[in-house]
Design a protein around this ligand. Structure first.
Ligand code: ATP
Length: 561
């Protein structure tokens, strides 16, 4: 983080005003680096998807872009399921993507060391007699011992009925209209609290001990967060509830709502993909880990539409390609894994989901999600078809012709050639991508004069090359300026070319190492006579001498252009 600030990769947003939690700005190097990442995605996912490979059945992979707005009709978010019960803390099942009210899932919790054990021991007779306590502990619990964590685990592992604490359950307490949760003091006396302390308490206790109502497994729930993670605003001058609109929490929905237009106005044919990149907003309850969980971030999402019968093959195709892709831009090695979700973790419509995960320093030894690749079935288009009352079926002419040629009945042809395509969604986060690339590139080598360097893949490096006159005299600056102008002219589309004549050459190399610049060209005393320059490789520190007029070609070759 210190290097990111010092070298101008990432700054805190509004820093001179004390910053604003969950928002980060990119400095000159970070902005160019993120642009490089977005462009690599755009090139390899849209312009030449999957590097020109053929997909399942030898089919060509075709993708087109859209650019959709941050603000959409509020009904989009009702159809997508993002708008629902407001202001309730929710937990998400990371695997099935199902969402639950936190106070439904967390039947009981503690804020004091021996709490549960005390409650259960104090009430063991009543429990044994089958009496229901006013605290929603099912009457079957009679033995709990040990630390609060063990007690909590015991209770949790055995609870199969999830109930919120509500006014009605508190016969003696009718003060609270809000959904409430119960807490107990040291003497076992209960009191109710609103949901805010619940979040605090639950954050304190390990989330890993609470089983998900979806899978009954522990460790799959997120910490509780405000259900409506969407920022809202008002469209128009009156700011009434009718004018309420949301800032998108994902770019994907923009694709689904323009699916029909893209099909009707272009020549795309299933299978094909629509890509969308841009800024999304989530009012994360606990933004943290640098840019990993921000409140404003950029996504790069593809929705790949295909025939239902081919969807599993396409899912595997994209899953494998996305993993390979991250490796080619510098995340190779054991810090990157593909985690395939288990069958029983999947939502009802999905036939596969996997995450590309990176071992960030703050998740180690665990991993954090970088991209999710989900088989979403026909779920999203069906939702939008229902909510918008607009037909989003696809008419598959090729299928119709094939079935006709096979002599199939009219009914069968009509039924099989009109369908809602299935969708495979590789959804990547660009800011998390930048963060992973920064973490992976960061190298400390005490044997070097300046021990910190950034080993970026050349495609990602914000500065592609630097040109140095060894000393600022004897005609060297003039040659350097000429080379700098030539290289800038050739490479400005992919990144910066720097020129620096201040300080010792060692310090200039060190500066470029920290910025992750892969190649430095130095004009020295020999250049004028031999028309050669030295080129220094960032990672090895080795230098070689090449012809001055071949510097551009050398760089082009090394950048893989
Ligand atoms: P998480 O479980 O970490 O909240 P998610 O599963 O909700 O992530 P998706 O909805 O699948 O994330 O979004 C796709 C991608 O968008 C993620 O893989 C991640 O790279 C990025 N992303 C999501 N939320 C954030 C955030 N708050 N800050 C930065 N990037 C994010």
């Amino acid at each position: 983080m210190a290097l990111c600030k010092r070298r101008g990769f990432i700054y805190q947003a509004s820093e001179i005003y004390g910053g604003i939690n969950g928002f980060w700005d990119y400095g000159p190097l970070g902005a160019q680096m993120k642009k490089n990442l977005r462009e690599a995605w755009w090139q390899d996912m849209i312009m030449r998807p999957a590097w020109g490979r053929q997909g399942p059945g030898g089919k060509n992979v075709r993708c087109v872009p859209v650019e959709t707005r941050i603000i959409q009709h509020p009904k989009v978010w009702e159809a997508s399921g993002h708008v629902g019960g407001f202001n309730d803390p929710m937990v998400d099942d990371k695997e099935t993507k199902q969402r639950f009210r936190a106070d439904h899932v967390w039947v009981i919790f503690a804020y004091e060391e021996t709490l549960i054990a005390n409650i259960l021991t104090q009430n063991s007779e009543r429990l044994a007699a089958g009496e229901t306590l006013p605290i929603s502990i099912p009457p079957t619990f009679s033995v709990v011992a040990g630390s609060v964590t063990e007690a909590l685990r015991y209770v949790i592992e055995n609870v199969r009925e999830f109930r919120p604490y509500r006014k009605a359950e508190w016969a003696t307490n009718d003060l609270f209209d809000e959904p409430t949760v119960a807490m107990y003091d040291k003497d076992g006396r209960g009191f109710v609290a609103n949901t805010l302390p619940l979040i605090e308490v639950l954050k304190h206790y390990s989330i890993d001990v609470i089983p998900s109502p979806a899978t009954q497994k522990t460790g799959t729930l997120t910490p509780p967060r405000q259900f409506n993670l969407m920022f809202h605003t008002y469209v128009g001058a009156t700011a009434s509830e009718d004018d309420k609109a949301y800032l998108r929490p994902e770019t994907a929905q923009g694709i689904f709502v323009q699916f029909k237009n893209v099909v009707d106005t272009t020549r795309v044919k299933v299978p094909f993909g629509i890509g969308n990149t841009g800024t999304s907003f989530r009012n994360e309850v606990t933004p943290r880990n640098f840019t990993f969980r921000s409140r404003e971030f950029d996504q790069a999402e593809l929705e790949f539409f295909c025939h239902p019968d081919e969807s599993v093959e396409w899912y595997k195709f994209w899953r494998d390609f996305r993993m390979e892709w991250w490796k080619t831009i510098g995340l190779a090695g054991e810090n990157l894994i593909l985690r395939e979700h288990e069958k029983d973790e999947l939502s009802h419509y999905s036939q596969g989901t996997s995450d590309v995960e990176y071992r960030f320093p703050f998740t180690a030894p665990g991993f954090g999600e970088l991209e999710g690749i989900a088989h979403r079935g026909c779920y999203d288009l069906t939702q939008h078809q229902e909510h918008s009352k607009t037909k989003l079926e696809y008419f598959d002419q090729e299928m119709q012709l094939r079935l006709q040629a096979e002599g199939k009945s009219k009914e069968e042809i009509a039924q099989k050639s009109k369908y809602i395509p299935h969708c495979i969604e590789p959804a990547a986060g660009l800011d998390r991508g930048v963060l992973a690339l920064l973490c992976e590139a960061y190298t400390v080598d005490p044997s070097r004069p300046s021990p910190e360097l950034m080993k970026f893949h050349p495609r990602i490096a914000p500065i592609k090359a630097a040109v140095f006159p060894l000393v600022a005299k004897d005609g060297m600056p003039e040659i350097a300026e000429k080379l700098h102008a030539e290289l800038s002219d050739k490479f400005w589309r992919v990144g910066g070319v720097e020129m620096d004549e201040k300080q010792s050459i060692g310090k200039r190399y060190a500066r470029m190492d920290e910025a992750g610049c892969p190649f430095c060209f130095t004009i020295d005393g020999e250049t004028a006579a031999s028309q050669t320059v030295t080129v220094r490789d960032r990672d090895s520190g080795q230098q070689e001498r090449i012809a001055l007029d071949k510097a551009g070609e050398f760089l082009k070759d090394k950048l893989g252009m």
